[in-house]
Design a protein around this ligand. Structure first.
Ligand SMILES: Nc1nonc1C(=O)N[C@H]1C[C@@H]1c1ccc(S(N)(=O)=O)cc1
Length: 246
């Protein structure tokens, strides 16, 4: 998969994509992340990329040019068509389901706004999808782009080893993940739950599912309401609820 990022701070994006699971995915050529700086395509002597906003008011807006020239160069840099995503608080909220769909595409582009955002005419003509990582305003879309690169990059086949597998992640089955425990078994802060030491894989799976159901019920009832639960899950959740009330 190839991800092209258009940003006034390309080094920030490159550094985010150079570490950890995503950095290793790039080294293994499972993922390629390229960054494009519109300032490199600005033709005026001040290398302008923004202007004041017509109609007055505070803040600047990123101009159509040199963004359009930058996007043309980015699109031409590889044969695959680009699904271009603009990161903005006005976009559709990013979910794991959308991440999983994006991770299957051969190539996506991420357009990072700065200032008050990007000229509407450029967005209308060039952008395929607008996504938000949350209901707050950042100073730049680069952090949102880094979130997408990480969430999508870690899902590339071979990016995660077995110990990190994505199957048990939160949201992978619509539920929050279960709690996790490492060494030591006994500690002043508490002990590892007995069932996890039992070696009874069926009991461990049931315990983990029960914890995931219970946590989702307590912390994200909105997610639970969207889940279809089979008879075993409904019984486990009921058990958790009874125990939680005591
Ligand atoms: N939240 C977010 N999720 O993804 N990107 C997010 C974000 O804050 N990006 C900001 C830098 C850029 C921006 C873009 C658009 C607008 S505007 N005028 O549309 O309100 C305001 C700020």
């Amino acid at each position: 998969m190839r991800i092209d990022v258009v940003s006034l701070f390309p080094d920030f994006v490159r550094q985010c994509a150079a570490v950890g699971v995503v950095g290793r995915a790039q080294q293994r050529e499972l993922l390629q992340v390229e960054a494009w700086n519109p300032r490199d395509y600005a033709i005026d002597r001040h290398r302008s990329v923004d202007s004041s906003s017509y109609g007055g008011g505070p803040g600047m807006v990123m101009m159509i040019e040199p963004l359009r020239t930058t996007l043309a160069a980015m699109r031409a840099a590889a044969p695959e068509a680009v699904h271009l995503i603009y990161l903005s608080p006005q976009g559709t909220r990013l979910t794991q389901g959308r991440v999983e769909a994006l991770a299957k595409l051969p190539r996506i582009g991420l357009l990072c706004g700065r200032y008050e955002g990007v000229d509407e005419r450029l967005l209308a003509h060039e952008v395929d999808e607008e996504l938000s990582i949350g209901d707050y305003v950042l100073s730049g879309g680069e952090l949102a782009a880094a979130v997408i690169i990480d969430a999508v990059g870690r899902l590339q086949d071979g990016a995660l080893n077995d110990a990190q597998s994505a199957e048990q992640d939160s949201f992978s089955d619509g539920l929050l993940d279960c709690p996790h425990y490492g060494k030591p078994v006994h500690h002043a802060l508490g002990d590892v739950p007995e069932v996890l030491l039992s070696g009874d894989h069926a009991a461990i799976a049931r315990w983990r599912l029960k914890q995931s159901l219970g946590r989702t019920w307590l912390r994200r009832p909105d997610l639970l309401s969207q889940c279809w639960l089979d008879a075993e899950s409904r019984a486990l959740l009921e058990e958790f609820r009874r125990e939680h009330v005591r």
